[in-house]
Design a protein around this ligand. Structure first.
Ligand code: FAD
Ligand code: NAP
Length: 363
């Protein structure tokens, strides 16, 4: 099956929807093609989420704050492999695509769609610091899912007989340093950098997962828009602890795909030196790319720390948050413990930055 998402100039969404002519399907001996017509100009792989498991096909297309769904069960015949292209297993003529299922052929607000989870396998678990690990999860064969920059997913586990759900922000396997391969956007692996809390309900259970065990991963969510970065000349990232996670893809995106970006600065707040995530990689990136600069600030340093010390404050921010030119277009992103983020936003506003120049990652 090939799922084609087509930008249609001829039909409006309303017309398509009223006539139920949103999607169509046809076949050759080896392939079934589902065509979905959208009015969206900037369609890309991140806006298409496909799951094909257990004779159920679910194709979700994200259109701004709406979601269109093709969802059929008892999919007519066997399917070989799903990426966006699904190959027919047997060379048989399909009379129907499948039986329409719950949300089939609906175009509704994304927030009304509800989360869809698929079962992913834990393929590796590596230490980042004394309490933080990088988990690599593998999506099932029949799934195509790319988590957009600035968005998070929900993980779901059954803990002591109860379903528990927590949000996590996917990162890349490493920062864009040229001696390594470019980060994989293979649509198969999801990397999560997660701090294990000694009394944490979810993270303790996560830490006890063995390689090969399964965990449920949801569709992406979040209100960050890449276009916010695409027009920025100065990108300033304020991170507290694991609030670093959304900054990873943001950094990569700005430095590798945004031509107007002149400077990217990360101001990274941690308790101690041992808590700094990917310190080595960040320092190497700063050496490699002159546009990038990192400043570590510790709130509980040992006495041999020669770097900056303190908590997020107006005076620290006025020292480090600056435009590279007087009239630079700036975007400041902030993420960390809720009070850290709330105070940070207030200090930035007090320093004269506008609402449009600030993006806070919150729950
Ligand atoms: P709980 O059982 O809820 O708490 C137990 C103890 O752990 C608390 O008493 C406290 O000491 C500590 N603790 C728990 N939660 C927090 C917290 N939020 N802040 C400070 N201390 C806490 N975490 C990551 O490690 N990586 C991520 O990529 C990530 N992304 C997130 C994205 C979003 C949108 C949000 C809202 C949160 C994100 N988190 C992330 C935090 C994560 O969702 C959980 O809150 C965290 O893993 C703790 O869960 P727990 O069940 O183990 O702890
Ligand atoms: P942490 O190690 O406890 O703290 C990191 C830094 O923030 C430390 O310097 C700490 O200083 C400072 N800090 C903590 N509380 C503060 C407060 N009330 N005011 C000012 N500074 C404060 O952080 P963590 O355990 O990694 O937690 C990271 C947080 O980020 C979690 O709450 C997580 O939910 C959140 N997060 C959110 C998202 C999202 O997208 N919304 C994504 C990832 C993570 P002191 O404690 O020494 O004061």
């Amino acid at each position: 099956i090939v799922i084609l998402v087509v930008f249609s100039k001829l039909l409006t969404l309303d017309l398509l929807f009223k006539s139920s002519k949103y999607y169509d399907w046809f076949q050759t001996d080896h392939l079934v093609t589902i065509v979905i017509y959208t009015k969206q100009k900037d369609m890309n792989a991140e806006l298409v989420i496909v799951d094909c498991q257990d004779k159920r096909l679910r194709g979700e297309i994200i259109m701004d704050d709406h979601s269109y769904l093709v969802e059929v069960v008892n999919i007519a015949e066997k399917v070989g492999k799903v990426e966006i292209i699904l190959n027919k297993k047997d060379n048989i003529h399909w009379k129907i695509l499948g039986q329409p299922w719950e949300g089939h052929n609906t175009f509704i607000k994304r927030t009304d769609r509800g989360l869809f989870y698929r079962k992913c396998r834990l393929v590796s678990k590596t230490e980042v610091t004394h309490d933080t690990k990088l988990f690599c999860l593998m999506l099932p064969k029949g799934t195509h899912l790319c988590v957009p920059t600035g968005q998070h997913v929900y993980l779901k586990q059954i803990i002591a007989g109860t379903e528990v759900v927590k949000p996590y922000t996917p990162v890349l396997p490493f920062l864009p340093l040229d001696f390594q391969e470019p980060p994989r956007h293979d649509g198969v692996h999801i990397y999560l950098m997660i701090k294990i809390y000694s009394c944490g309900l979810f993270t303790q259970a996560l830490d006890h997962l063995q390689i090969g065990d399964y965990i449920f991963v949801s569709n992406p969510e979040g209100n960050f828009k890449k276009s916010q970065v695409q027009t920025s000349e100065d990108l300033i990232l304020l991170a507290g602890g694991t609030g670093f996670t959304p900054m990873v893809k943001l950094l990569n995106f700005a430095l590798t795909e945004v031509s107007c970006v002149r400077t990217v600065k990360l101001i990274f707040f941690n308790k101690t030196e041992d808590d700094i995530l990917w310190r080595n990689q960040l320092e190497q990136l700063a050496l490699k790319d002159k546009r990038f600069d990192v400043q570590f600030i510790l709130s509980q340093p040992t006495k041999d720390w020669v770097g900056k010390q303190g908590k997020i404050s107006s005076s620290l921010l006025s020292e480090f948050v600056k435009r590279s030119r007087r009239d630079s277009r700036v975007l400041i992103c902030i993420c960390g413990p809720a009070p850290f983020t709330e105070q940070g936003v207030q200090y930035l506003k007090d320093l004269g930055y506008s609402q449009e120049e600030i993006h806070a990652f919150t729950a």
